[in-house]
Design a protein around this ligand. Sequence first.
Ligand code: A3D
Length: 320
Amino acid sequence: MARRKIALIGSGMIGGTLAHLASLKELGDIVMFDIAEGTPQGKALDIAESGPVEGFDARLSGANDYAAIEGADVCIVTAGVPRKPGMSRDDLLGTNLKVMEQVGAGIAKYAPNAFVICITNPLDAMVWALQKFSGLPKEKVVGMAGVLDSSRFRTFLAEEFKVSVEDVTAFVLGGHGDTMVPLPRYSTVAGIPLTDLVKMGWCSNERLGEIIQRTRDGGAEIVGLLKTGSAYYAPAASAIEMAEAYLKDKKRVLPCAANLSGQYGLSDMYVGVPCVIGEGGVERVIEIDLDGDEKAQFDKSVNSVKGLMEACQGIAPNLK
Ligand code: A3D
């Protein structure tokens, strides 16, 4: 059987890490694409040369022409610009929207059957625009944010409780931004909800609130430390988990920015919700019960995503 083909559109910090992880996991052959000449070619060759040492078989190549992504099974999009200190994700909108238009056209022409995972920020608006620009089926275009946000939440919780990260599950809903909604009721240590752990005296409500705020600020914390760009190891690992769920038809239940068609009372927009990811792409959006406070937080987050979508429509009126 032919190997699967994975196209990485954008070969910067996340793109390079994606190529490395996909190679180590032998997910398929990898084509790295970028407008910067030499960058995708150089990174692809460098990673290919680690193959004999690591013991993976994968063909890696780099390109500056979309024709190279022809027939890709998965496209992971990081093309665009990242944040610098002092910038919000939303400051990237104008530049990255134009990039999504080019990427959408490239995918539509050369990889119309691919499962497309968008990472470019501001995420929920960019994945929505990318689906429209590409015209691919809505269930085949998805955004990565929730896996990363919940992984950050899990990291901080495991550290706080001094337990393995493997035993911590976490749920984060809503848009990928300051209004994201980490849900303690649906986050657990080995199945015990955080709300029960507070009752059991594992931590106070105040401390839990601090951890939730650190999760919301998780991206900015890294931008502040790196100073030259944003996070890339954990974002790449998170997108690879989604790609693997699709390629291996694992039916993973993962929080993703998915297109809503009536769920949560919303339609024609992308926002972070729990999804089943398998060979069909986003096979199911799971509607969980939200209490009054959770619903209010979710609505606030949805409104901020809608504001970004309107800003996109102001720039690109064809995005109706
Ligand atoms: P960076 O290392 O700058 O890589 C971006 C790459 O895109 C560069 O190599 C550029 O040359 C390339 N590029 C620019 N314009 C185009 C174009 N028109 N066509 C093709 N390639 C182009 O950034 P990065 O890899 O650190 O981050 C990539 C994106 O991911 C940014 O928008 C970040 O804000 C975003 N990001 C999202 C998350 C989420 O959780 C959603 C997390 C971290 C970063």
